[in-house]
Design a protein around this ligand. Structure first.
Ligand SMILES: Nc1ncnc2c1ncn2[C@@H]1O[C@H](COP(=O)(O)OP(=O)(O)OP(=O)(O)O)[C@@H](O)[C@H]1O
Length: 381
C-alpha cells in the first residue's frame, strides 16, 4: 500500500500467527518509499523522507544520524507506532499495514530503555508476560528464557523484582523482554545507552550471537559509534529524514580510506651503524630542508614530529600505488624507513564526514564525486 495505513497500536498486540505466504527469498525487512511529515505549512517537518531499504535475515543494521535526523520516526513508522504518510513495510514478505498481526508476530522491539518493562514483576514474570501477549505459553518458552537469562548474566536475578535491579540489569531485562518470544526481527533503540562496561559487553555479545546463531535480524539505533562498528554488519546513516549512506560497515570505512600512513624515518647512515657518522646537530636534520619541501609538495605532508634520531610524519596518498614511489623517494633521500602503519578512518570519522562535521551542515554522499556511497534510492539529490 502507498497511502496512510491504519494505526497499529504496537507489536504487543500481534498474535503468534504466521503468514505462510512469505518465502525464504523475502528480505527479513523491506521498507519502500517510507515518508512521514509532522505538522503542516511553514511548521511542517519531513521527519522521514522516502526511505527505502531491504535487510537480509541474520543481519545487524545500525541506524545512525545526528539528533533529529529521523531515526526514531523511521523505526516507529516501521513498527506502526507512528502513522506513515506513504510507503510500504514488509516483514518477511508480509505487509505490516495489510496484515499487521502476522507481520508483527515476527517482531520484537526495545524502545526507550527499560521503561517498557514492569518494575514490580520479577525478571522471569516479565519475560513470561511478554511471551504471553505474543501468544506463547510460559512452559513453551521456558528453555528460551533460561538461555536468555544465562547469556545476559541474569540467571541469579530471575526471581528478583525488576525494581531491585541496577540500571544496567534493568536494560538487559528490557532486551530480554523484546526477545521473550521467538521473533525474527528485533528493533533496539539505543540498547547500550548508559550501561556500565560489563553490561554493555554482555549485551553486544548477545546481539551478535542472536544474529550469528539464530539468524535474527536486528535493527539498532545508537549514538555510540564503537558499538555500531563492533556489532553491526551494515550501517544506515540518516540526515534530515533521508538515508545518505547505506553500506556494509567495513565497505563504508574502506570507501573513505585515503591510504594514509604514519611513517617513521631515520638517516640511513645512523641505521647502518658501524663506522657511520650520525649527522651533526639536532633531530631536525633527520630530514633536510629539500626532503621536507619535496614531501610537502609531492605528498602533501603537513607536519613532522621529531624525536631522537627519528622523524615521523603522516602522509595521505589517495592511490595505494603511490606508496612505493614514496618509499623510493625516501630511500633516494638517504633515509631508512623504520616503521609504517596505516591510519584508517573509523566509523566515527566517516559519520562526521558524511554529516558535515557536527551534523549541522550535512554533506550528501551524492555531492562527493569520489565517495559513491550505495544509498538506497541513490537517485536523490
Ligand atoms: N511527534 C512529533 N511531532 C512533531 N515533530 C516531531 C515529532 N516527532 C519527531 N518530530 C520531529 O521530526 C524530526 C525527526 O525526529 P526523530 O525523533 O525521528 O529524530 P532522531 O534521529 O531519532 O533524533 P534523536 O537522535 O535526537 O533521538 C525532528 O525534527 C523532530 O523534532
Amino acid at each position: 500500500m502507498t497511502t496512510a495505513p491504519e494505526r497499529v497500536s504496537d507489536d504487543r498486540e500481534g498474535g503468534a500467527e504466521r503468514d505462510d505466504a512469505s518465502t525464504d527469498a523475502d528480505p527479513a525487512l523491506s521498507v519502500r518509499g517510507l515518508s512521514k511529515t509532522f505538522g503542516g505549512g511553514d511548521e511542517a517537518v519531513r521527519a522521514v523522507d522516502g526511505v527505502s531499504l531491504d535487510v537480509e535475515p541474520g543481519t545487524v543494521v545500525g541506524v545512525l544520524g545526528p539528533n533529529g535526523a529521523g531515526k526514531t520516526t523511521l523505526i516507529k513508522s516501521i513498527l506502526g507506532l507512528v502513522v506513515a504518510d506513504e510507503g510500504d513495510v514488509r516483514v518477511a514478505g508480509v505487509d505490516v499495514y495489510d496484515d499487521p498481526r502476522p507481520a508483527y508476530a515476527r517482531v520484537g522491539a526495545m524502545l526507550e530503555g527499560a521503561r517498557n518493562v514492569y518494575w514490580r514483576l520479577t525478571v522471569r514474570e516479565n519475560l513470561e508476560y511478554f511471551a504471553a501477549i505474543g501468544g506463547e505459553s510460559p512452559p513453551a518458552v521456558r528453555d528460551r528464557h533460561d538461555a536468555l537469562l544465562e547469556q545476559l548474566s541474569l540467571t541469579e536475578k530471575a526471581d528478583t523484582p525488576v525494581n531491585d535491579l541496577s540500571r544496567g540489569q534493568k536494560q538487559k531485562v528490557s532486551l530480554a523482554c523484546a526477545l521473550a518470544r521467538d521473533v525474527e526481527v528485533a528493533f533496539l533503540d539505543e540498547p547500550t545507552l548508559g550501561l556500565d562496561v560489563e553490561s554493555s559487553v554482555d549485551l553486544r555479545r548477545e546481539i551478535r550471537r542472536l544474529a550469528d546463531q539464530e539468524d535474527m535480524t536486528i535493527v539498532l539505533s545508537s549514538h555510540d559509534m564503537d558499538v555500531v562498528q563492533e556489532v553491526c554488519d551494515r550501517v544506515v546513516i540518516m540526515n534530515e529524514g533521508e538515508v545518505i549512506a547505506d553500506d556494509a560497515v567495513a565497505d563504508l570505512i574502506e570507501l573513505f580510506r585515503t591510504f594514509a600512513y604514519r611513517v617513521v624515518v631515520g638517516r640511513a647512515e645512523v641505521a647502518a651503524g658501524a663506522g657511520a657518522t650520525p649527522r651533526e646537530g639536532t633531530v631536525a636534520e633527520v630530514l633536510d630542508d629539500d626532503t621536507r619541501e619535496r614531501l610537502r609538495e609531492t605528498y602533501g605532508v603537513e607536519t613532522f614530529e621529531s624525536r631522537g634520531d627519528r622523524t615521523a610524519f603522516e602522509v595521505s596518498l589517495g592511490d595505494p600505488e603511490r606508496f612505493y614511489d614514496l618509499m623510493d623517494a625516501l630511500r633516494a633521500a638517504g633515509l631508512t624507513v623504520h616503521a609504517v602503519e596505516s591510519v584508517d578512518p573509523d566509523l566515527e570519522e566517516v559519520f562526521l564526514e558524511l554529516t558535515g562535521g557536527d551534523g549541522s551542515s550535512p554533506t550528501s554522499a551524492a555531492d562527493r564525486p569520489d565517495r559513491a556511497v550505495s544509498a538506497e534510492g541513490g537517485d536523490r539529490p
